[in-house]
Design a protein around this ligand. Structure first.
Ligand SMILES: *[C@@H]1O[C@H](CO)[C@@H](O)[C@H](O)[C@H]1NC(C)=O
Length: 488
């Protein structure tokens, strides 16, 4: 932190002309990249093997003969032989890596129950690609119905091996993959004994104001009213500054923009508003106890800047690691192009954006109840839906997206799913909990465990020194319940 502080003091001394534009695209935290702790990421190991299985591209059309290769990983180190249980980490909208088969709460469950560990990759993500190019046409087979059928087919194939014929299967999933685990139990109850669904936003919603409302609440509860006042003042001042020429220059300097925005272009202002709110959201979504307070403490000093607006601009640059010699070259057109013509690195983002347009919405729009983020009015449904239209198909307008989300809520039951043996875990500071069931059990056999101060998918990791007792107890309770289900 101190090193960065020094760098930042140096950057203040640089003159404007010396700054080089960074055209790095900032993406909304619509997509969660659920990775294990860094030390376990992509760790090469003799215990984990990567395999492939042939999948029908369309599970619901027997006349379609197309197939693709689905990637999965296994770790047999705890497997107790014939009939011992299978634990499947459900892959979501990201590239799978070895880490979740080497650490975390599911890994502990396998250790305690002599389990066989598996990690499946979701179709259209990572290396599991039915098509090389993503267009509205080739993406037709990207939906959760197909992805759940992939899992069903996968489990069925596994159980053809004699050693697994009598094995009970447990699914563990987080975020969208948490939805998948829960929905799988609802749709294919004969294939799994039970599931753990972590932080699943099981209700689709187009205009998801609750997300930034929770970000506000998280900073309020962890950092106090003074912190919220600074954030609100900084954001309000930013929006007010856009009203005059001199204000614009101050704003551009506070945020280290390379030049003026297109102030007549609501979507460019939406993208700029996203740079601000998505940075706060990302801090909250991954927060461990103490993290948000540290940010708030820095706001009370001149660490990020002097005026409230400069503090927000400095916080964004610091959190996103903007090089001290760089400025933000923000452009809505470049943002759109990032999705239209994705690189290998942004293919996952394009696939997930497609799923938001055609299944979930989840658009994190400005709240309207007096939060610190209310004045970011350009973060509108229009702004998010414009990407659906521009990247995929002009027909993907707001009415289309609303119908698509209604369909998902209809077929999976929204906040009223019907399941047994489902452990439903949420964290109170996780902005996604607003779209999950967090205030009641799902059924007699399906407890909801909602944990104060906990963030997105907190339970999936191994024990951390920053964990509260309630976090640890939630993990233990899940492990005990799963062990109960597996008892002969
Ligand atoms: C859950 O289990 C109870 C008791 O066996 C049963 O009555 C109920 O139908 C089950 N619900 C589902 C969704 O399977």
């Amino acid at each position: 932190m101190f090193q960065l502080l020094l760098l930042c003091l140096a950057c203040a001394a640089l003159s404007w002309a010396e700054l080089t534009p960074t055209t790095r695209i900032v993406e909304p935290p619509l997509r969660v990249d659920l990775q294990p702790p860094e030390e376990y990421q992509n760790l090469p190991t003799r215990n984990v093997n990567t395999l492939w299985i042939t999948m029908p591209t369309d599970h619901f059309d027997p006349q379609n003969p197309d197939t693709f290769k689905m990637r999965f990983m296994i770790n047999e180190q705890f497997f107790g032989g014939d009939g011992s249980p299978i634990f499947i980490m459900v892959g979501g909208e990201w590239t799978i890596a070895t880490g979740w088969l080497l650490t975390g709460n599911m890994f502990e469950m396998a250790r305690e129950n002599n389990g066989y560990l598996v990690y499946t990759e979701h179709r259209y993500y990572g290396q599991t690609l039915p098509y090389e190019e993503f267009t509205a046409e080739t993406l037709r087979f990207l939906n959760v119905d197909q992805a759940l059928a992939d899992l069903a087919y996968f489990i069925h194939e596994m159980k053809k091996q004699p050693r697994f014929a009598n094995s009970k299967v447990i699914l563990y999933g987080g975020s969208y993959a948490g939805n998948m685990a829960l929905w799988f139990k609802q749709r294919y109850p004969h294939l799994v004994e039970g599931v753990v669904a972590s932080s699943g936003p099981i209700k689709g919603q187009v205009d998801f104001t609750g997300y930034l409302e929770t970000v506000h609440d998280a900073f309020l509860s962890e950092g106090g009213q003074q912190c919220i006042n600074i954030i609100k003042q900084g954001i309000d001042d930013t929006m007010a500054a856009m009203q005059s020429e001199s204000g614009r220059r101050q704003m551009e300097s506070a945020y280290r923009l390379c030049g003026p925005l297109d102030y007549d272009h609501p979507y460019e202002l939406g993208y700029f508003s996203g740079l601000i709110s998505w940075t706060f959201s990302s801090s909250v979504q991954t927060a461990r106890p103490g993290n948000l307070l540290a940010i708030c403490n820095a706001f009370t000093t001149d660490f990020f800047g002097v005026t409230p607006m400069q503090k927000i601009g400095g916080y964004v640059a610091f959190t996103r690691q903007l090089n001290p010699t760089s400025c933000w070259g923000l452009s809505y057109d470049a943002y759109v192009d990032n999705y239209r013509n994705p690189s290998a690195l942004t293919m996952n983002s394009k696939a997930w954006y497609y799923q938001t347009c055609t299944e979930y919405g989840y658009y994190q729009t400005a709240p309207r109840i007096g939060t610190a983020f209310d004045s970011l009015i350009y973060l509108s449904v229009d702004f998010y839906v414009d990407l659906c239209k521009q990247v995929f198909d002009p027909r993907f307008d707001e009415a289309f997206v609303r119908d698509a989300v209604d369909r998902v809520n209809l077929i999976f039951g929204g906040l009223e799913p019907s399941v047994n043996n489902t452990i439903n875990i949420h964290g109170i500071v996780d902005p996604w909990h607003a779209l999950g069931v967090h205030d009641r059990d799902l059924s007699e056999t399906s407890p909801t465990i909602t944990v104060p101060r906990a963030s997105h998918c907190f339970d999936m990791q191994s024990w951390l020194t920053t964990d509260t007792i309630l976090m640890t107890q939630a993990q233990q309770r899940a492990r005990r319940l799963v062990a109960d289900w597996l008892r002969p």
